[in-house]
Design a protein around this ligand. Structure first.
Ligand code: SF4
Ligand code: SF4
Length: 398
């Protein structure tokens, strides 16, 4: 694709990156076939190719309107299009650049701006989110389907006793929504000779605010997390950083890129990205004790963002579970961070389709790998939804 970026961005790092990505796109449209929003809406401007064209226009200085922003807002950033694209177009990175430009040029109305600001304020603050969730649960009967049910207790976290140690991301909303996930990961790894440790003060990975178009505030969260982890890394007390939520893992693995233009943090960010592993990359297969037919939902951040495919399915099968077939497994469930709150109709339709696919072969439960997908699916699923590590923890605890 030929480009002629406008003066305001041409010679900036963002402009150069966007230009290189745009030039790779040959406008073939293969990506549209796997785009969830194009499948739902059938509008070229809600396809990856259409959005790439909108971003190109914005970067070339053409007028941008509320309609431009709407088509970008409807994008889930699921990155299914990246997996499909034969030319290697990094749509996600281009969308980040395009959204920042459009956000600056087309201010949002007061209600929309207030909603986004409230989410950006409350979600990354673990204590505040936990308090709001507790309050919401008291009035859950008034808000059917909106407030997640109380989660099972975390259970014991093994004391660090092994020479091999790994840091684990505590995260922001996950400890309140599903405290058992990280504790289960700690127990499974402890049995395999690895102690999992949480660093004090390590909170949100920054993805929430970054993808709400508070990009600089999102980067502040990333820097704060690096600061919390750095003393442990510098002392050589952690051989890896483990992330149990694939959405957060996809972001932390990109810190090196996202902070590349920050001289104070770029080297630390690159080192942290290089050390980061999804939980499925460090858990080893164990005894085959599992039973039952289960469906696995592979989050977009795992299969498209981190390009990890088949690992968790294989761990579950080796543990004795039978995995049911899931049609259209490449499609998003509609959770996508705060998308389920900001685009409720599209999100709800995608969830209905995903649950139909997941439950078609009558599994006894659904396993997944990201807290956002887990709570989103759980709200409407007819069977329980768990993080996959919770299953292995239960199976292997003997
Ligand atoms: S992003 Fe890739 S698949 Fe989509 S139109 Fe461009 S080159 Fe084709
Ligand atoms: S990221 Fe997902 S929703 Fe957005 S254009 Fe690509 S495939 Fe479509």
């Amino acid at each position: 694709m030929q480009t002629e970026l406008a003066d305001f961005i041409r010679d900036t790092p963002q402009g150069r990156e966007a230009d290189a990505i745009l030039r790779k796109c040959v406008h073939c449209g293969f990506c549209s076939a796997t785009c969830p929003t194009y499948q739902l809406l059938g509008d070229e401007l809600d396809s990856p190719r259409g959005r790439i064209y909108l971003i190109k226009q914005a970067l070339e200085g053409a007028p941008v309107t509320a309609s431009t922003r709407l088509h970008l807002d409807r994008c889930l950033t699921c990155r299914s299009c990246e997996t499909t694209c034969p030319s290697g177009v990094q749509y996600g990175r281009l969308a980040d650049i395009g959204r920042a430009v459009v956000e600056e040029r087309v201010p949002r109305g007061p209600w929309e701006a207030a909603k986004r600001a409230a989410l950006a304020f409350a979600l990354p603050r673990r204590a505040l989110f936990t308090a709001l969730l507790r309050l919401g649960r008291l009035f859950r009967f008034l808000l059917p389907g909106l407030v997640p049910a109380p989660a099972p207790a975390a259970g014991a976290w093994p004391a660090p006793r092994h020479a091999r140690r790994m840091l684990v991301l505590a995260g922001c909303v996950q400890p309140a929504l599903a405290p058992r996930i990280n504790a289960a990961a700690a127990r499974v790894l402890d049995r395999a000779g690895v102690s999992l440790i949480e660093a004090p003060g390590a909170g949100c990975c920054g993805a929430l605010r970054f993808h709400l178009d508070f990009q600089e505030q999102g980067r502040d969260d990333m820097r704060a997390l690096i600061d919390a982890w750095w003393p442990t890394i510098e002392r050589g007390e952690a051989e890896a950083i483990v992330v149990t939520a694939s959405g957060c893992g996809a972001t932390v693995k990109e810190y090196g890129h996202l902070l590349a233009h920050d001289p104070a943090y770029r080297d630390k960010a690159a080192r942290i990205s290089a050390m980061t592993r999804d939980l499925s990359e460090v858990v080893q297969p164990g005894a085959a004790t599992g039973k039952g037919r289960i469906a696995f939902h592979s989050p977009c951040s795992l299969q498209h963002g981190q390009q990890i495919n088949g690992k968790i399915e294989s761990l579950l099968e080796q543990a004795g579970y039978e995995l049911t077939p899931v049609p259209d497994a490449h499609l998003c469930c509609g959770s996508a961070g705060t998308y389920s709150i900001l685009q409720p109709e599209l999100s709800s339709e995608l969830r209905s389709r995903k649950l139909e696919a997941l439950q078609a072969a009558r599994p006894v439960l659904i396993a997944t790998a990201n807290i956002g997908c887990l709570t989103h699916l759980q709200a409407q699923a007819q069977v329980p939804v768990h993080h996959w590590i919770e299953l292995l923890d239960e199976e292997w605890q003997g």
